[in-house]
Design a binder for this molecule. Structure first.
Ligand SMILES: [Zn+2]
Ligand SMILES: [Zn+2]
Length: 346
């Protein structure tokens, strides 16, 4: 064990509306970890939550933490070789617990996930000029691919995992409720995976337009549109993805999903949700959660390299990381912004 130190700037969140750029002194072991110079990062809903509320659900900030988990960069080799562009998997699983050994590393009992206050001390995130990660967290990508695109590797991995949780969507009629960044990527992933028909819903007109651009067959306003025909019989959709976390959407999908169909819950709702259990039971609905991703991170990088999904319609703007407060304020304004990215190039 040979410890090295490096000091650079990083975006820290300390509590509600308390976000700032400050020096971080990184201690790492070059025999076990790779140094990655971060080039780009995407601001996610959970980052916005830490900034707006000082925590996410039960995970309350107890000390300053570097934010961010959707990052890409290039390796800093210590042997004189050329840097390699990599997408950084923000999860460092233990590879040793019962879930890791079953191949379900997203359920790891000892997960260290970038920019998460779940553990104490918290795990620093990737909105920093450098990170030190295990080699298996670095997925090399074709350097010809735009950083605008590759910085979507993490959220697209979440979307592909949701699709995998459904079993298959090939040839299926699919519903996606909520067409924000994750819902829109679920739509694109369903299209890439061969869904026959994709109906999207969102309360916001702009998000419905985005849904169409990302591959939805139709996009409906769940309040104004008449969904009765889609509920008739025992429901229309083979698979429904709930990506809004809104209670009416979660409950509504039970009637819109066919008997024997699958409901995948991707959107978070921190509260209690009433569900008509008998109706679900009688229709033999399979209700499955989708949380983060497993090997879908590598799949996501490959899909972005091949152009199977083009996430660029989701990108609202790119800010320099020193303007992180401005960037996250805009990212939190859902009427103005979808995905905001930070550039870490000086
Ligand atoms: Zn995210
Ligand atoms: Zn584990």
């Amino acid at each position: 064990m040979k410890t090295e130190f490096l000091t650079f700037d990083a975006c820290y969140v300390r509590g509600k509306k308390d976000l700032y750029v400050a020096a971080k002194k990184l201690e790492y072991d070059p025999s076990k970890e790779l140094l990655v110079r971060i080039t780009r990062g995407g601001i996610c809903g959970s980052d916005i939550h830490y900034y707006q509320h000082g925590g996410v659900g039960d995970f309350i900030l107890k000390h300053p933490m570097v934010l961010g988990h959707e990052v890409i960069g290039e390796t800093v080799p210590n042997d004189g070789s050329n840097p390699v562009k990599v997408a950084v998997n923000p999860g460092r699983q233990c590879n040793n617990c019962e879930y890791c050994l079953e191949g379900k590393s997203n359920q790891c009992l000892d997960m260290r996930f970038f920019g998460s206050a779940m553990r104490n001390p918290h795990v620093d995130g990737g909105f920093a000029q450098y990170v030190a990660v295990r080699a298996d967290q670095c997925i090399p990508y074709n350097p010809a691919i735009d950083e605008d695109i590759m910085a979507f590797a993490e959220p697209l991995a979440v979307a592909i995992h949701a699709v995998n949780q459904a079993g298959t969507v090939l040839g299926k009629k699919v519903l996606v409720t909520g067409s924000g960044p994750i819902g829109a990527l679920v739509i694109a992933a369903c299209k890439a995976a061969g869904a026959a028909e994709i109906v999207a819903t969102d309360l916001v007109e702009r998000n419905r337009q985005l849904a169409i651009v990302m591959g939805a067959t139709r996009a409906l306003d769940p309040i104004k549109a008449d969904l009765t025909p889609l509920r008739s019989g025992k429901g229309y959709f083979d698979v429904s993805f709930e990506a809004s976390g809104a209670i009416p959407a979660i409950q509504g999908n039970i009637d819109l999903t066919r008997a024997g169909g699958v409901m995948v819950q991707v959107g978070m709702n921190p509260g209690m949700v009433d569900l008509p259990l008998t109706r679900m039971l009688a229709k033999e609905i399979r209700f499955v959660g989708a949380f983060r991703f497993i090997n879908e991170f590598t799949t996501s990088v490959q899909w972005l390299e091949k152009g199977l999904v083009d996430p660029r319609p989701l990108l609202t703007s790119v800010f320099h990381f020193r303007d992180v407060v401005k960037a996250i304020e805009l990212a939190g304004d859902k009427s103005q912004a979808l995905k905001i990215q930070l550039s870490f190039e000086e």
